[in-house]
Structure formats: structure tokens, C-alpha cells
Ligand binder design. Structure first.
Ligand SMILES: [Fe+2]
Ligand SMILES: [Fe+2]
Length: 194
């Protein structure tokens, strides 16, 4: 596996729009700080922070073409909204271009939008960094940042909860992985039974 920060930055600069760049840099920075605070690998955190949205500004036609190239099977929702593929495509890119073979890191990038019931610590860290980086501005964001710096697990629970409430209040679609992750957290909280 190659954790080449300079090279992933080059990829970001090639593929990501100017507006998105601030979010991506903010995510990498937040991920790195969170890793330092919680005794995790800062380079890995920064690397996945830079990598997570490399395909976020690619048009629908190209996203579908890339998905075919990587042999991904698409859900109905992804066929309808190919932008949903950007995490999975970034994970495949890291696998082939940077030889990332750690499934925990690939899942972190793959499911950074939805959350994932089998996330490892870097999955939760990236999910938090994506939602809490310095350019994000919404009610509760400061409180959520505070929780994330204290406890990644609790931060993940609260940020996922906040995302679900946001989606329900606006009648938005909720991805299956988000619901599965939420249910898994609730199951664990109640000692395995619901
Ligand atoms: Fe994203
Ligand atoms: Fe993002």
C-alpha cells in the first residue's frame, strides 16, 4: 500500500472543482487532527481525507463508464443517481492506483456518505471528518465536533443520528447502509436485543 500524500493531492487537483477543493482540504486536515488526538495514523487519515471525493465532480456519464470499467454492479438508486457511486469508485481507484488492499480503508472511502455497519475506526474517522470539517456550517456542528474529539464512537453515533434526522425532516431518501448502521448501533447499545 502506498500512502503517498503528494500524489493523492495531484489527483485531487486534477479532478476536483475549485469549490470542492476547500471541503477536501478541510476533510484531510480534520481527519489528520482527529487521528492525532485519538492516537491513530495521521498519514493514513490525511490520505483517505484527500481521496474520498476525487470523483465527486465527475459527470454522470463518466461515473457510469468508470463503474463499468471497475465491474461494479449498480443498485437501482445508483442507476438513477450515479453520483452515489463516487465513494465506491474512489475506493476502486485507490485499490488499483495506490495498491490499497486494506479493506477497512477501502470501506471507509466507499461508504463515507452513508456510514456503514461494519466500519472500522478509520471509517468512522472519515465519516466524521467529512461532516465536521471547518467549512461545514450547520446547527449543532460545534457540539458534534466537540463530541468527535472526545470519543470517535460517540461522535459517529451522533453525526449519523443528525444526518438521519436531517433527511427525515426534509423527506429525503435514506441510503440502506445508513439505516443498517443505525440499527446495528441501537442493537449494540441494548446489549444485542431490540
Ligand atoms: Fe463524498
Ligand atoms: Fe466529502
Amino acid at each position: 500500500m502506498i500512502v503517498d500524500i503528494d500524489e493523492i493531492k495531484n489527483v485531487v487537483n486534477l479532478l476536483v472543482s475549485k469549490d470542492r477543493l476547500l471541503h477536501v482540504e478541510g476533510t484531510a486536515k480534520f481527519a489528520k487532527t482527529l487521528a492525532r488526538v485519538h492516537g491513530l495514523d495521521e498519514n493514513i487519515a490525511e490520505f483517505i481525507g484527500y481521496a474520498h471525493d476525487i470523483f465527486r465532480d465527475i459527470n454522470q456519464r463518466k461515473l457510469l463508464k468508470l463503474a463499468r470499467g471497475y465491474n461494479l454492479s449498480l443498485t437501482d438508486e445508483e442507476k438513477l443517481h450515479p453520483i452515489l457511486l463516487h465513494g465506491k469508485l474512489a475506493a476502486e481507484f485507490l485499490r488499483f492506483r495506490f495498491n490499497v488492499d486494506d479493506e477497512e480503508l477501502l470501506d471507509a472511502v466507499r461508504y463515507h456518505t452513508s456510514g456503514y455497519k461494519n466500519f472500522g475506526i478509520y471509517g468512522k474517522l472519515l465519516f466524521l471528518a467529512d461532516s465536521l470539517e471547518e467549512t461545514r456550517n450547520y446547527p449543532n456542528v460545534n457540539k458534534l465536533r466537540e463530541i468527535a474529539f472526545k470519543d470517535i464512537e460517540m461522535g459517529y453515533f451522533e453525526v449519523l443520528r443528525n444526518k438521519l434526522i436531517y433527511a427525515i425532516e426534509r423527506n429525503l431518501f435514506i441510503l440502506k447502509e445508513s439505516i443498517e448502521s443505525w440499527n446495528e448501533l441501537i442493537r449494540k447499545r441494548k446489549g444485542g436485543s431490540i
